[in-house]
Design a protein around this ligand. Structure first.
Ligand code: GTP
Ligand code: MG
Length: 234
């Protein structure tokens, strides 16, 4: 086992594993960084670690990013969940296969920029290719983040177009229902809302700015769905 494989393996042994999947430059690392920053602000005890493996010059992920959080009880106690991002560049297909092993949940990031339609389609195709039967079993909890909704309306797609993207990627009817949860988000807007609020010294976890809440919501939904399903198995 390589060092990376060992880390992916060890980290996913306990708790639940959620993978953030999508084409390169879609915003996966940005979304995870945001989620991490918010957790660190609101509940630092629940944050265990955050590792980013990126090429400093291009800021693209060259291995994977990985963050671990607790559901409560402080370090060493309670349930952990692990969030991984995949590296989206074509050349990292074998790494994506490793990262996706043993997952419980998926956040599929789609780049809403119209010009990125083919990259989105190919990324979805590959997801079904590498996750195989598991994704069809319904055992994996999924949410879609349609990112970059800050782009001008004429140069981006909307949630209504996601179905067409799925059809082009060969996603079956049955599975398209699983993909019903599409969240329109903008990591860029969330970042600026976060900075504004922090600069003013205003932060209330119960009243997060809407752009920030939109990033948190799909991740929390997937965590909740996994926990419910794990509890039902017991
Ligand atoms: N306009 C806009 N740009 C965004 C948004 N989210 C991320 N970006 C930008 O998109 C670029 C890529 O973001 P990353 O988060 O590094 O993308 P990634 O999906 O991790 O890419 P890989 O690591 O190569 O797979 C960066 O320049 C971000 O600032 C968004 O909501 N709107
Ligand atoms: Mg990345």
């Amino acid at each position: 086992m390589s060092q990376e494989e060992e880390l992916v393996f060890e980290e996913s042994q306990q708790g639940i594993k959620i993978v953030i999947w999508g084409p390169t430059l879609a915003g996966k690392t940005t979304a995870l960084s945001l989620f991490h920053a918010i957790k660190k602000k609101e509940d630092p005890e629940s944050v265990y670690n955050f590792l980013k493996l990126e090429d400093k010059a291009t800021e693209r992920t060259i291995g994977f990013d990985q963050a671990t959080f607790g559901l409560g009880g402080g370090p060493g106690k309670g349930f952990k969940y692990h969030l991984f991002t995949t590296p989206g560049q074509d050349r990292f297909k074998s790494m994506r296969k490793i990262v996706i092993n043993g997952l419980h949940g998926l956040i599929v990031v789609i780049d809403s920029e119209k010009a990125r339609w083919e990259e989105n389609r190919d990324s979805l195709k590959e997801l079904f290719e590498v996750s195989g039967d598991k994704i069809y079993s319904g055992d994996i909890k999924i949410a879609i983040m349609l990112n970059k909704m800050d782009l001008p309306v004429e140069s981006r797609i909307s949630a209504a177009d996601v179905g067409r993207l799925m059809i082009e990627a060969g996603v079956s009817d049955k599975l398209r229902d699983t993909f019903a949860s599409t969240f329109e988000v903008s990591c860029l807007d969330a970042l600026s809302a976060l900075r504004d609020a922090w600069n003013k010294g205003e932060w209330n976890p119960k009243q997060r700015p809407q752009a920030v809440q939109r990033i948190i919501q799909p991740i929390q939904m997937v965590i909740r769905d996994i926990l419910i399903s794990e509890l039902q198995k017991r």
